[in-house]
Unconditional design. Structure first.
Length: 310
């Protein structure tokens, strides 16, 4: 059995426009890294966090990584185990790219590997959801499931949890732009209506079904037609400066579809190739620069692997 390990876990795009809390996919970059080693003293300790500008708690009970590792060790009845964790944040916090999810998943994947893969990767999803609950008050799986499983993931049901991996059409790229403005997940969730019109719900169901069908059928046109959100995006997009102009730049320059990543402020476009993805992010960043907003861009194929040992 290994005594130490270093793991990378990917960022994710949750909701995927019409699939609020039920659809997500993983990307190759950005992501987070966790170093973990066994110690002689029982319990979970966070030794160091880098790249967070002091924003994340070192308290093992309050940090999503250590808290979910504690849940895992309790589940396998190994509270006698001592673990030391170093978390290296390689992605922006509060970006809408599953920052807390990537950290949590890296930690869970690491401890499961060190313990000899006692659980399947899919069985780690509920423990990762505990971390999300700590981070934003609600244990949703549309970030953690794709971060763990890779690719596109559908959360068919939460009670009981039913997570389904979906196929990714060959050649699909994600073009992500993160405008450096603050949109806290809790605030973004509070803006969403608790009641919706039946006619809107019907449109949304049709789009979710269409998007899933398009992934299975390798049908980019169907995927694009289905990437419409009548429930959440109209409200959340108000919080993102330049949103409509960025949508226009994406759709006029070859994007399959465009939308908000998670609760924002990051936005993403799906494209058929890398060149189109790079062109779109460049144009969107130029627009944000004009309105005095700094941004970061990430271009990558959909990540099919999930977390990996470095």
């Amino acid at each position: 059995m290994k005594n130490s390990i270093k793991v990378f876990a990917p960022a994710t795009v949750a909701n995927v426009v019409c699939g609020f809390d039920v659809l997500g996919f993983a990307v190759n970059e950005p992501g987070d890294e966790v170093e973990m080693r066994f110690t002689d003293t029982p319990g979970v300790v966070i030794k160091q966090i880098t790249g967070d500008e002091g924003r994340l708690p070192l308290d093992a009970e309050k940090n999503t990584v250590s808290a979910s590792v504690q849940h895992y060790l309790k589940h396998i009845n190994r509270l006698d185990v001592g673990v030391e964790i170093e978390l290296h944040k390689k992605m922006p916090i509060g970006s809408g790219l599953g920052s807390s999810s990537a950290s949590t998943v890296a930690g869970l994947f690491a401890i499961n590997k060190l313990m000899g893969d006692l659980l399947t990767v899919k069985e780690l999803v509920p423990f990762a959801m505990k971390g999300e609950e700590l981070a934003c008050g609600y244990g949703h799986a549309d970030n953690v499931a794709p971060a763990l499983l890779g690719g596109f993931v559908l959360v068919r049901s939460y009670e009981p949890l039913d997570v389904i991996s979906l196929p990714t059409p060959a050649g699909m790229y994600a073009a992500i732009v993160y405008p450096e403005v603050d949109v806290p997940t809790k605030d973004a969730r509070q803006m969403i209506r608790s009641k919706v019109a039946l006619s809107d719900a019907v449109k949304q169901w049709g789009n979710v079904a269409g998007l899933v069908s398009g992934l299975f059928m390798n049908d980019f046109d169907l995927i694009g037609r289905s990437m419409q959100d009548v429930l959440v995006e109209p409200v959340r997009s108000i919080l993102i400066p330049g949103f409509e102009e960025m949508r226009k730049l994406a759709t006029e320059n070859g994007a399959i579809g465009f939308g908000i990543s998670g609760s924002g402020p990051s936005v993403f476009a799906l494209t058929k190739d890398e060149e189109t993805a790079r062109k779109i992010t460049k144009l969107q960043q130029q627009h944000l620069h004009k309105i005095n907003i700094n941004s970061k861009a990430f271009v990558s194929p959909v990540n099919a692997e999930g977390p990996s040992v470095i």
